[in-house]
Design a protein around this ligand. Structure first.
Ligand SMILES: Cc1cc2nc3c(=O)[nH]c(=O)nc-3n(C[C@H](O)[C@H](O)[C@H](O)COP(=O)(O)OP(=O)(O)OC[C@H]3O[C@@H](n4cnc5c(N)ncnc54)[C@H](O)[C@@H]3O)c2cc1C
Length: 256
């Protein structure tokens, strides 16, 4: 059994920084995360996405922020159990707790901190025929490594921050980026939307508003994305990758 002062469930940015705060109070921490690596959503979903709202950093990539957090907490020597989900917590007669995981790991602690975010995330999938057939063969729901898209034809769909941020970022990486959005205004940050409109004005990206992706074609790997405009006319876009970014739906686990 692992013995510690504080057991932190979730090794996302909140869990990691909790180690620093606890360390200042001379308390030892053990972190448990269902993911195989630390960093929560940042490492799992958008490691290379630039983040613009961290005080003191005009811009920092998500994984870089996680690496910095790990360096910041290193002096406090936290320990980790990764790839295991917390399933059960039992109060002991002396008031302490035993936290149990899916793999039967037991952590005995005085305090448990739940830093589980919204739980585990799954991408929201748009209703497009054959979408699942092309998963891993041109359809990707997240950008883990932008280099995968270098010199490729990329179609992104969505109107939130991720769609806007990745469109702007991949404009410098991909051969061609098309952003498709069903409306003519964006849900994402106005500044990011302005950036995307400017890129379109300068011919650096294609912007198709009031349009929807209605089909995917390809033989094995994705070759074309079929787009329907408001007047129902359709066009085929040659594409190596289609990235639908319609947000994520959280799945709450047993500690909810
Ligand atoms: C695509 C995207 C882009 C974003 N961009 C930005 C941005 O630019 N700026 C910004 O400020 N925010 C951004 N966010 C939001 C930001 O990522 C979250 O606010 C942040 O990750 C919350 O941190 P957290 O540590 O609370 O939770 P999380 O990062 O969600 O980490 C929680 C961890 O807990 C683990 N967990 C949950 N339940 C259990 C369990 N029972 N057992 C074991 N482990 C468990 C999960 O596996 C997860 O690793 C973005 C989010 C997404 C999805």
């Amino acid at each position: 059994m692992i013995t510690t002062d504080i057991c932190i469930v979730g090794a996302g940015p909140v869990g990691l920084f909790s180690v620093f705060e606890a360390g200042l109070l001379k308390m030892r921490c053990h972190l448990i995360d269902a993911l195989p690596q630390v960093g929560g959503q940042l490492s799992e979903i958008y490691p290379q996405k630039p983040i613009y709202d961290i005080p003191g950093y005009p811009t920092i990539k998500a994984q870089e922020l996680v690496d910095n957090l790990m360096a910041q907490i290193a002096p406090f020597k936290p320990t980790f159990t990764l790839g295991e989900r917390v399933e059960k917590v039992e109060r002991q007669p002396d008031g302490s707790l035993i936290v149990r995981t899916s793999d039967e790991t037991e952590v005995h602690c005085q305090v448990m901190v739940i830093a589980g975010g919204l739980g585990c995330f799954e991408p929201r999938k748009p209703e497009i025929p054959d979408l699942e057939r092309f998963e891993g063969k041109g359809v990707a729901y997240m950008v883990k490594n932008p280099e995968k898209f270098r010199d490729k034809n990329v179609v992104i769909a969505g109107g939130g921050d991720s769609a806007l941020d990745w469109t702007a970022y991949l404009a410098d990486v991909a051969k061609n980026v098309t952003l498709i959005h069903r409306s003519d205004s964006f849900r994402g940050a106005p500044d990011s939307a302005e950036k995307v409109f400017k890129l379109a004005q300068h011919g650096r990206i294609n912007l198709l508003l009031q349009s929807n992706v209605v089909g995917l074609n390809g033989n094995g790997h994705l070759k074309e994305v079929v787009v329907a405009a408001k007047d129902k006319s359709t066009t085929q876009l040659s594409s190596d990758f289609f990235i639908p970014l319609f947000g994520l739906s959280p799945k709450l686990g047993p500690i909810a």
